[in-house]
Design a protein around this ligand. Sequence first.
Ligand SMILES: Nc1ncnc2c1ncn2[C@@H]1O[C@H](COP(=O)(O)OP(=O)(O)OP(=O)(O)O)[C@@H](O)[C@H]1O
Ligand SMILES: [Mg+2]
Length: 244
Amino acid sequence: MEQLLHLDDITKRFGQVTVAENLTLSVGAGEVLGIVGPNGAGKSSLFAMISGDLRPDSGAVWLLGRDVTGVAPHTRTRAGIGRTYQVPRPFEHLTVFENVLVCGYQGAGLKGRQAWRHTMGVLDRTGLADLADTPAGRLGLLQRKRLEMARALGTGPRLLLLDEVAGGLTEPEVAELVTVVRQLHAEGLGIVWIEHVVHALVKTVDRMVCLAGGDVVADGDPMAVLADPKVRELYLGSGPEGVS
Ligand SMILES: Nc1ncnc2c1ncn2[C@@H]1O[C@H](COP(=O)(O)OP(=O)(O)OP(=O)(O)O)[C@@H](O)[C@H]1O
Ligand SMILES: [Mg+2]
């Protein structure tokens, strides 16, 4: 399998807090990897180091065989990384269509009719076509999460990073989201999905990683990772759904 992402011996500390310590992790092209781990384990920080919002103290980030460790976020977007944020960040006053169009212009380098067509395609795939003309500020939580995904897809990524897109949704809404992610997987996109709603991950991912203490605690088949005694111990008392 072609390697899409490779984190090589990453270390990152915020004062006394270690979010990554000699962490090494790879994602293959077209693979869907789920990431679980306790609150504050450093999951979102890992995404920030992949997308370029945060620079590791040491170690390297490789994307498609290229060392992008010192490369600016917008250049990484052009190189194929699209991410969502745990707290959605749309332009509230722009419409859903305009929010995604901007990403097509800036992230994918598209212009004119091509950008327009690409945006409509993304809205279709994320179930937002009927809301194209609605200002982002008027959307409910499910739609905001979808728009966050649509904006990431708007940049034309090879690797999509999803940070807790199912959090706070009802069960039927989570099921809808799972359908969207599975469809993206079927289209061959590489996906890394951080999620506390573990049953959504189990239905979607090929492989699961549990992060804690700045490193990988378990990595492999999702059910095997969830059954791992080290993982179960991490969740004792505060268990996410699905780990019981
Ligand atoms: N920019 C920053 N400056 C200082 N500390 C930070 C910064 N970003 C994150 N941290 C700290 O690093 C730790 C890991 O945070 P991070 O957001 O990566 O965790 P997480 O695994 O995504 O947690 P959650 O499941 O709650 O989203 C936390 O203790 C957090 O307070
Ligand atoms: Mg987080």
